[in-house]
Design a protein around this ligand. Structure first.
Ligand SMILES: Nc1ncnc2c1ncn2[C@@H]1O[C@H](COP(=O)(O)OP(=O)(O)O)[C@@H](O)[C@H]1O
Ligand SMILES: [Mg+2]
Length: 172
């Protein structure tokens, strides 16, 4: 059993969350690059955290690690952008759901069409992108006054095993 959700003796679910500290934006990029070594086609990453938390910075590192075309940016008007792989690996589909009204509108951008062959990252995806897959990595970024960040990685489903995820494992 590799699910990160286990149950206690009383039967209530206990989730394992991995925690990583990113002191600088370079650390955040490096975390993205590390994740690039773990992801596979079909993976869905849901990113949350306030404006400026570092969601795009993390995704940029992921794109660099995957070896995809084009720099990952925060476009003003584009909601979803496909970065094709230059290395024979999966494409990166980068979604910014900030302007989306909710789960209905995420249906309109038809992520199902690319989900299985790509790595899909949805910024501001919490509460809107979960329905895309029951296997996903939920990443939330906490920004601290000293500009360091705490990154929480929570695997949902059996796809991700505890041992492969970066950071310190703890329960919540
Ligand atoms: N420890 C850190 N981790 C990530 N970003 C940081 C950090 N310290 C400073 N920054 C800066 O914060 C900003 C994060 O922006 P961005 O990644 O676009 O955030 P988001 O996509 O969450 O709105 C960048 O300008 C980055 O250089
Ligand atoms: Mg962003």
């Amino acid at each position: 059993m590799t699910d990160t959700t286990t149950t206690t003796a009383s039967g209530s679910p206990v989730s394992t969350v991995h925690t990583v500290t990113a002191r600088t934006d370079e650390d955040m990029r490096a975390l993205g690059q590390e994740l690039a070594g773990l992801v596979e086609p079909g993976d869905l990453l849901i990113l949350s955290g306030s404006l400026g938390a570092g969601k795009t910075t993390l995704t940029r590192g992921l794109g660099e690690g995957l070896g995809v075309r084009g720099a990952v940016t925060s476009p003003t008007f584009v909601i979803s952008r496909i970065h094709p792989s230059l290395t024979g690996g999966p494409d990166l589909v980068h979604v910014d759901a900030y302007r989306l009204g909710g789960a209905d509108e995420i249906d309109d951008i038809d992520l199902d069409a690319t989900l299985h062959d790509s790595v899909t990252v949805v910024e501001w995806g919490k509460g809107v992108a979960e329905e895309l897959s029951d296997q996903r990595l939920e990443i939330s970024i906490e920004r601290h006054p000293d500009d360091t960040r705490t990154v929480h990685l929570h695997a949902v489903g059996t796809r991700w095993s505890h041992s492969e995820l970066p950071g310190h494992a703890g329960r919540r």
